[in-house]
Design a protein around this ligand. Structure first.
Ligand code: MG
Length: 394
């Protein structure tokens, strides 16, 4: 719907500012288990954005790499002394690649970009050379008269009905904004690209912004963002169940614990019925299918595999979605071996695997009063429940 040519998000992460209180530039600062930059990158994944290009300041390469974790992105462009020069460097780098039709220029310090804002910007760009998200002002506005350093006296009121707060991302037709930046002769500290665009005579439309796009500047902004992320998490519960039959052997694996027993458990991997049920509970909590989807028994790679790897994979999936595991509860169902003497060791193993305090891990055991297949001693069953918090869809 947006016509030929590619759409690129140009993310400006070149600031050195530390008004948030830390020595670290705020785009690299930690926020709810990630960095501000990582949140920004994750939130700019959108079906109509083809590519993401970062612009950083000279010397920030290592910080940037660490802040992104395992996210694969093109090498960052190195910016200039001012924001306007940094954006210009980024646009010039894009020009060298050809076929860029649209660019969304965005400040990394506004990490939570809703998909709907991108939708509105790209729709507006079909009729206009530029489009920016704006919000109305709620507070009364007035001039302040006074000398620097002192609390100023209140001056004249400023009518607010024609004023808006301008956010990013700001969307432009690429050739138009490139030539606007190349021709910019205004102040060195242009604070946004709409200003550069309008100076070049471009028509810039407004679309509805979103208060999730507010810039993170002060320590209070980070605290508010942390609270918002925490309260926006949805609690999800996953259920897992698994059975393995006894076979000849002299030990079996339960919850990562090697237990001497007169029989072993049959299975393609190490047949750890506890960790299999737990893996399914974790996968279930994040709607990611079941253990067989991720580790097909037909695949020779998992022959004799330690099931701790399956649990680790499921936990990494949850972490990769910005989720948190709150609690797991397991019931082991068998007549023998006796589980009681091993419960604390299994609990410690699971707590270690999931990086949870042991108090958030429960391991229980029961028999079925000699009824059914577990009662007849044909195998062992395990049930698991995982409680997980996941971020709301953006
Ligand atoms: Mg199994």
């Amino acid at each position: 719907m947006s016509g030929p040519g590619r759409t690129v998000a140009l993310v400006v992460a070149a600031g050195a500012g530390s008004r948030a209180g830390g020595a670290l530039a705020k785009q690299f600062a930690p926020l709810a288990g990630e960095t501000v930059l990582a949140h920004a990158v994750d939130h700019l994944r959108h079906p109509q954005i083809d590519e993401l290009q970062l612009v950083i300041a000279p010397g920030q390469e290592d910080l940037c790499r660490r802040a992104l974790g395992n996210r694969a992105l093109p090498a960052p462009v190195v910016g200039g002394a001012t924001r306007q020069q940094s954006v210009r460097n980024g646009l010039e780098a894009l020009a060298g690649r050809g076929d860029v039709a649209r660019v969304l220029i965005h400040d990394a310090a506004r990490p939570f970009v809703p998909d709907a804002v991108v939708d509105r910007l790209l729709a507006a760009l079909e009729q206009n050379e530029g489009a920016v998200p704006v919000l109305p002002l709620a507070d009364s506005l007035a001039l302040a008269d006074g000398s620097p350093g002192a609390d100023p006296m209140l001056g004249d009121a400023v009518p607010r009905d024609r004023l808006v707060r301008v956010q990013t991302p700001q969307a432009f037709r690429f050739p138009a904004i490139l030539s606007a930046h190349l021709g910019w002769a205004g102040a060195a500290d242009a604070t946004d690209d709409a200003q550069v665009a309008r100076a070049a005579g471009l028509r810039v439309a407004t679309v509805q912004g979103d208060d999730r796009l507010d810039k993170l500047t002060f320590a209070e902004d980070f605290e508010r963002a942390e609270r918002r992320i925490a309260s926006a998490m949805t609690s999800c519960t996953g259920l897992g169940f698994d059975v393995h039959a006894f076979t000849a052997g002299d030990h079996l694996w339960l919850g990562g614990e090697r237990i001497a027993h007169e029989r072993g458990l049959a299975g393609h991997s190490d047949a750890d019925v506890v960790l299999h049920a737990l893996t399914d509970a974790l996968l279930g909590a994040c709607g990611a299918g079941d253990i067989g989807d991720h580790f097909p028994p037909s695949d020779p790679r998992w022959r004799g595999a330690a099931s701790s790897g399956f649990v680790g994979h499921a936990a990494a999936l949850i972490a990769g979605r910005g989720g948190r595991i709150d609690h797991v509860d397991v019931t082991i169902i068998c007549e023998a071996p006796r589980i009681g003497p091993h419960k604390e060791a299994i609990r410690a193993n699971v707590a270690h695997l999931l990086q949870l305090p042991p108090a958030r891990v429960s391991i229980k055991a029961t028999t079925t009063e000699r009824l059914g297949f577990t009662g007849r001693g044909e195998g062992i069953a395990a049930q698991a429940v995982a409680t997980v918090r996941l971020p709301e869809e953006k």
